[in-house]
Design a protein around this ligand. Structure first.
Ligand code: NDP
Ligand code: A1CAB
Length: 265
């Protein structure tokens, strides 16, 4: 059973996952958080400034920056035994690196969530090696309150990190760009921001609920020879948006691969 959970590094992403778990009804008493700067933990969650000595947890989740891994791993390793499931959300920290740094762990799972975990709406990519089916099912169940867990081969982590981990930032840029474009055409800036956000929220919810693909939905918005088609023609000219999206994802995926190299133990 994955009852007790130690989160090491509870910043933006670790904090979002903790919020999602608590909102999903998991008892706060199951969580212990180690973080040097977190002002306070949610009610019922134990907050420590340093790693606990001699304690054992069913799950240890690494939530520090990837650049910290080599420094903190030797102090974390004594907490980890064959009964521990090690989870890592560190971009670029490969399973082989985790195996070198935490050889005693009963299971090691690499995870790529995003900040929407806080509201239970994150894609959650997971990769592992040599895990027994029961423990794998327990990890999946632990991720369920955070969104949509999917086990994937580890060699897809660079692109999945770019798409699903970094992706919210790209969407936020697009919302800002829509709002700035509308403001430049004369709309009040605050109103433009509200309308852009509501448009993206509604479009995204509809696409998620619809039997139709996003491409088909775009076709349904665009009346022949109308307003939308005039705008789509700009996005589609020379595949401008498609190329920009691919270049954006490639830059993020390449950086993830570089970080994996730098983090290799
Ligand atoms: N942000 C995101 O959307 C996503 C992030 N990730 C991954 O999540 C990890 C964390 O990123 P993010 O949350 O953005 O980063 P943050 O800097 O917000 O969080 C990391 C936290 O760990 C703390 N910390 C530093 N050293 C230790 C230590 N020795 N023991 C315990 N805690 C420590 C940091 O404190 P201090 O500030 O003092 O260093 C900070 O509070 C990264 O590895 C990243 O790749 C993955 C997916 C998405
Ligand atoms: O930017 C980063 O490196 C992390 C990984 C994915 C999202 N944030």
């Amino acid at each position: 059973m994955l009852d007790t959970i130690l989160i090491i590094g509870c910043g933006n992403m670790g904090g979002a996952m903790l919020a999602g778990w608590l909102a999903g009804g998991i008892a706060p008493s199951r969580f212990t958080v180690v973080d040097p700067v977190l002002a306070e933990a949610p009610r019922g969650v134990t907050l420590l400034r340093e790693l606990p000595k001699g304690a054992r947890f069913d799950v240890v989740m690494l939530g520090v920056k990837p650049q910290m891994l080599a420094e903190v791993a030797p102090t974390i390793a004594p907490l980890i035994g064959s009964d521990t499931t090690l989870l890592s959300i560190l971009a670029g920290a490969e399973l082989a690196t985790l195996a070198t740094l935490f050889p005693a762990a009963g299971a090691r799972v690499r995870i790529m969530p995003n900040l929407s975990a806080a509201i239970g709406r994150s894609p959650i990519a997971l990769a592992t090696q040599a895990i027994d089916a029961d423990r794998q099912a327990e990890v999946t169940a632990l991720m369920d309150p955070l969104g949509t867990p999917e086990w994937i081969p580890e060699d897809q982590f660079d692109v999945v990190t770019a798409l699903a981990g970094s992706g919210p930032a790209f969407v936020y840029r697009f919302i800002d760009a829509l709002a700035a474009g509308a403001a430049a055409l004369g709309l009040d800036a605050g109103q433009a921001q509200r309308l852009a956000l509501a448009t993206v929220e509604g479009a995204s919810l509809l696409a998620a609920a619809s039997e139709h693909s996003p491409g088909e939905l775009a076709r349904r918005v665009a009346s022949p020879g109308g307003t939308t088609q005039a705008g789509l023609d700009v996005l589609d000219a020379d595949s401008a948006l498609a190329r920009l999206a691919q270049d954006t994802l490639k830059a993020a995926a390449d950086r993830n691969a570089e970080m994996a190299k730098a983090t290799r133990a």
